[in-house]
Design a protein around this ligand. Sequence first.
Ligand SMILES: [Zn+2]
Length: 179
Amino acid sequence: MPPPFRPLSQAEFASELMNYPWHARIWRVDMHHTWFPAHADYRSLASIEAMYRFHVHDLGWDDIAQHVSIAPDGVIWTGRDWNKTPASVGGVLNRWAFMFETIGNFDEGHDQLKGRQLESVVFVTRAVQKRFGLPPQALLFHRDVPVTAKTCPGTTVCKNDVVARVSQCDVGSVIQLRR
Ligand SMILES: [Zn+2]
């Protein structure tokens, strides 16, 4: 899904997920925060396009890094082609991951992951896991990878809390309706 980037609701995301012509086999969901833009910097589509330009023109990647970006208002922005390996935690570990960026800086003293944004984080994670028959634990935080010193997705985001929410998230009715 190259540009133009499109804003999706949770139901629209679920619909595209179920109807997508997948040939990638997803084994894991990877969670990041953007750090920049933080919440106060977020400008809707302009922010997604700015990330795209940064990733492609400055970093020399073949597309925006992430499969989707989750905005402070809970909107799910499309990103790179979902069948393409994301620029996620690095190297061979990127393969077979579905990767999202949570827009904000969730390190201590900055933004808070809550409300509609947190709901979409949980929803996207569970929906992708359901689509590929994965358990709630199939979620990697960037900082889980030993080769990074990053705090990503932010020191205030607790892995156990997110996994518990994912476990309790019922996406079944949304997904079945769209099948
Ligand atoms: Zn990260």
